[in-house]
Design a binder for this molecule. Structure first.
Ligand code: ADP
Ligand code: MG
Length: 679
């Protein structure tokens, strides 16, 4: 059987099974073989009961003390339980409702139990474990992401079948010299062992090999994407006016700002178009960096365009930049959906004639009617809110203009290299002096009333605040409904008589803008919101925030939310409420109370939760990474980066025969990821 055969031709797969597999995006036998386990159950090293860790899946070995006894708890609910011992200690095993499982256990026999042990040093219990006779052949079992109708066991069987029928077809993708140099396991062996590992060590080597490959393909592809975009641009800054601009600023730029401007200005002088990400925590001063470059561009005769995701943000930028550029002779305009028709006409004419040097706006500036005399520089704020298409549309209005995209989402360096591999990166890792860090507390729900009292104290002083609603597991609809209930409860109870506003994801953009505007102008004192609080909105008078269900958020997300306060010269406070203050949650929330450094927090988040959250916020086609956890593996990252550079230096287009399969694999990865073909 071939790897590109449809899965429905596999033995044991009918139309129905095939349909279920298609839903997992498994279409071919090759897809199935590359559907790697999510995790493993290690039955190969059973532990003694008192060695086994608590609350962690593990395998324990023991003898059943007596045949399980049944106890009817209520109608339809029977609990079977027994004692298991290994001669040193004892553990209770309980099984819910499964007579079948209970009857597998016979008094005096020895079994392996896989599950989580709860309890403490004196009392241990395993609930609904997986059970096997001790002589069943101890091994490492793969666990696959399953669906309701396709269990991990079923997938395991299908994969085993696919490997038996088509395993011999697996060819090698990596050139022999790399395999040898890096001491990697051949692909066929790696795939066999990623599903059915011989032992721990072999599994580790298999994983290493596959991660290495995935990493290498990704980096090769990204490097070539980067290369492709570098066709010469006529936009060249002959005079770098950075120093002149800095001397006009009312403050001294931070070292990080100077460095970022220098890096970008170098690009803009180079004759190749800039494609750069400016990363900096909220309040790190990204706007001034953009302004410096806009200034230089204007002084060199080029126009600039700054696009923001919402009207409020655009207005805010307009205000800030008007102040920063005042007296420089650079004319700027604000163009949004609500700009009056007559005004709009003037702006469009001004841009076309070149009288306006800078236009700031929402996606209104990518309309067809907007044209430029000489658009040389594009700034995109909060870039994750825009798709590639919108960025592209703006780009098309100039002749290969320079582009700076700005993001306030701190991303660990390793991750940024992957996610934004097609961009160069500048980081603002230093806040302007004098910032007062937001004071953060983590409390349990029984202290909620006190927290509300504290909030009211600020509101009474004329300050404003935010409450982030409890999350409801489910859809945006249920979240919205819950938010409505919640705000009503607050309005009728703790915050009776205060002016509350509500913001949730199901509101129309116009309604959202209205509420935000009411908040900006102070009409609304307390903004109750789901997590949709507008990114980047600056309300310096808002000095307190309460976040409910804090345990449900990733640290980076909490950091983003918290960034809404602490924007003025006052001391600000953030209160995290959670009733799940168990070990892990407590540790996570404590990180929030101890640091306000977004990059540190992002690093912790990556360690604790893996990269899922970060990927979630990226809209466009990054090839899907089956081994996402590799991102925490900096050693492998470095190895593959070196290998990538070496390969590209010797054979940029991967044209040599030994790189043939490598090229095919890179191309396939990037087509699948929706990036379009490579050059
Ligand atoms: P962000 O990176 O979140 O977009 P902003 O550009 O809005 O941050 O800057 C936040 C605030 O800090 C603004 O009020 C800005 O004027 C001020 N600011 C920026 N750079 C400096 C600096 N070097 N020294 C003092 N204040 C600064
Ligand atoms: Mg900003």
């Amino acid at each position: 059987m071939r790897l590109d055969s449809d899965v429905r031709y596999l033995k044991g797969v009918g139309e129905k099974r095939a349909a279920l597999l298609y839903r997992l995006e498994i279409f071919t036998v090759g897809d199935l073989i590359r559907y790697y386990p999510r995790t493993y159950e290690d039955w190969s090293n059973p532990l003694a009961i008192d060695e086994a860790p608590l609350d962690t899946p593990c395998c324990v070995r023991g003898i059943v003390d007596h045949n399980p006894t049944a106890q009817l708890i209520r109608k339809g609910m029977t609990i079977y339980s027994t004692r298991v011992t290994d001669g040193r200690s004892v553990m209770r095993v309980t099984i819910f409702n499964s007579k079948y499982a209970a009857e597998k256990l016979a008094e005096g026999e020895e079994y392996l139990f896989f599950g989580k042990i709860s309890g403490n040093n004196y009392y241990r219990e395993m609930t609904s474990p997986e059970i096997r006779p001790v002589n069943a052949g101890q091994k490492i079992r793969p666990i696959y992401s399953q669906t309701a109708s396709l269990t991990t066991n079923a997938i395991e069987k299908l994969v085993a079948g696919a490997l038996a029928q088509a395993g011999s077809e697996i060819g090698e993708t990596l050139p022999g010299y790399i395999i040898k140099e890096q001491g990697l396991m051949p692909l066929k062996e790696a795939i066999q062992n990623i599903h059915f590992p011989k032992d721990r060590l072999t599994l580790e080597r298999a994983r290493n090999r596959l991660i290495f490959e995935e990493f290498l393909l990704l980096q090769l592809g990204l490097a070539r994407l980067k290369g492709r975009e570098k066709s010469a641009t006529p936009v060249v800054l002959k005079n770098d006016c950075t120093r002149e601009f800095f001397s006009l600023l009312p403050f001294a730029p931070t070292g990080a700002q100077k460095r970022a401007v220098r890096e970008a200005a170098e690009d803009m002088k180079s004759g190749l178009p800039m494609n750069r990400l400016l990363q900096g925590d909220v309040g790190s001063g990204k706007t001034a960096v953009a302004a410096a470059l806009i200034y230089s561009a204007a002084k060199n005769g080029y126009q600039s365009a700054l696009m923001a995701p919402t009207e409020i943000l655009a207005q805010q930028h307009f205000k800030t930049l008007s102040a920063l550029l005042e007296g420089t002779g650079i004319s700027l305009a604000l163009l949004t959906g609500s700009t009056k028709a007559s005004e709009k006409k003037k702006i469009i004419a001004g841009l076309k004639e070149g009288e306006i040097s800078l236009v700031i706006g929402t996606h209104a500036i990518i309309q067809d009617t907007v044209t430029f005399k000489a658009l040389g520089f594009i700034v995109v704020d909060e870039q994750h809110r825009f798709g590639v298409r919108q960025r592209g549309a703006l780009f098309e209005k100039g002749d290969n203009p320079h582009m700076l995209v700005m993001s306030a989402t701190p991303i660990p360096r390793t991750l940024a290299l992957i996610i934004y591999g097609d961009l160069d990166i500048s980081v603002l890792d230093e806040l302007p002096p004098g910032r007062i860090p937001v004071e953060t507390y983590a409390i349990t729900g029984d202290k909620r009333a006190r927290a509300y009292g504290y909030v009211k104290k600020f509101l009474n002083e004329g300050r404003q605040g935010y409450v982030v609603c409890p999350l409801v597991e489910g859809s945006e609809e249920t979240d919205a409904a819950a938010a409505q209930d919640y705000v009503q409860e607050l309005a009728a109870g703790a915050f009776y008589g205060y002016r509350l506003g509500l913001l949730h994801g199901k509101m129309k953009p116009k309604e959202k803008e209205k509420v935000m505007l009411d908040f900006v102008t102070g009409q609304v004192q307390l903004l109750v919101s789901t997590t949709v609080i507008e990114v980047g909105v600056d309300v310096p008078n808002a000095v307190i925030m309460v976040i409910e269900n804090a345990e449900r958020f990733g640290l980076s997300q909490l950091h983003q939310l918290r960034g809404r306060v602490g924007r003025g010269s006052e001391r600000s406070t953030c209160i995290l409420i959670s009733d799940a203050m168990g070990g892990e949650t407590r540790r996570r929330l404590e990180i929030m109370t101890k640091t306000t450094d977004g990059f540190k927090i992002a690093d912790e988040d990556l360690k604790l939760r893996g990269p899922g959250d970060f990927f979630g916020s990226r809209q466009h086609g990054l090839p899907d990474l089956r081994f996402a956890e590799m991102l925490t593996d900096t050693r492998l990252l470095t190895l593959t980066r070196d290998a990538t550079q070496k390969i590209l230096a010797e054979d940029y287009y991967l044209e040599s025969p030994e790189n043939f399969y490598l090229r095919k694999a890179v191309e396939e990865l990037f087509t699948r990821g929706g990036r379009g073909g490579l050059n």
